[in-house]
Ligand binder design. Structure first.
Ligand code: G3P
Length: 217
């Protein structure tokens, strides 16, 4: 499973990339707005740090405008994947962008039928938001299982990107199901590494080592 970081923060991207675990980056208009930086310049900076798919979202809602915006974003760097909302106009944009060689990540997916439509339109990536479904008492992970099964049944090559991840169990379950990509906030990446027995074990090794050194003096 590929690991993407869901942020527009350069310091978080640098830190995750330095760990050698990062395959790509997802951003959205809310995350970009938080950074207060010019969008194109920010995307260029991200593309210099990570050599993998970098999702950049359009903010238009008509197909023609999304296509124009998508082509402009894709011209920034070869690794840019254009994020398109899962609405009727979005599907039209996905179809045209694909024909013109621009890859799309279809976002704001909340149902298996929406995912099926996106794959048929030619999405490179589908982004089901699992945390936001959990928030309203629907199982986000059931949706991932449904999409993975449907895509397998019909050999779609659209990659399933698990988005709106809130905690480490989401990552374990996504990997058990066999999702292609999991994007997560920096906080969750950090949580994945930590284990109390690792910390206790390391502390003991280091204190035993110190004692051993002292007894030789
Ligand atoms: O980038 C899309 C998605 O991961 C957003 O997550 O936490 O705002 O639901 P969240």
């Amino acid at each position: 499973m590929k690991f993407f970081i869901d942020t527009a923060s350069i310091s978080e991207i640098r830190e995750a990339a330095s760990m050698g675990i990062l395959d790509g980056v997802t951003t959205n208009p809310s995350l970009v707005a938080k950074e207060g930086k010019e969008f194109r310049a920010l995307l260029k900076e991200i593309c210099e740090i990570v050599n993998g798919d970098i999702s950049a979202e359009v903010v238009s809602i008509t197909a023609d405008e999304m296509i124009k915006e998508g082509k402009d974003l894709a011209s920034i760097h070869k690794n840019i994947v254009v994020k398109i909302p899962l609405i009727k106009e979005g599907l039209k944009a996905v179809k045209t962008l694909k024909a013109e060689g621009v890859r799309s990540n279809v976002t704001l997916c909340f149902s298996p039928n929406q995912a099926l439509m996106a794959a048929k339109a030619g999405a490179y990536i589908i982004s089901p938001f699992i945390g936001r479904l959990d928030d309203i008492s629907h199982s986000g992970m059931d949706l991932i299982q449904q999409i993975v099964t449907i895509y397998k049944n019909y050999d779609f090559d659209t990659q399933v990107l698990v988005a709106s991840v809130r905690h480490p169990m989401h990552v374990v379950e996504a990997a058990m199901i066999g999702a292609d990509i999991c994007t997560m906030p920096f906080k969750v990446i950090d949580q994945l590494i930590r284990h109390p027995l690792t910390d206790i074990g390391l502390e003991k090794f280091l204190s035993d080592w110190k004692k051993g050194q002292q007894s030789k003096k």
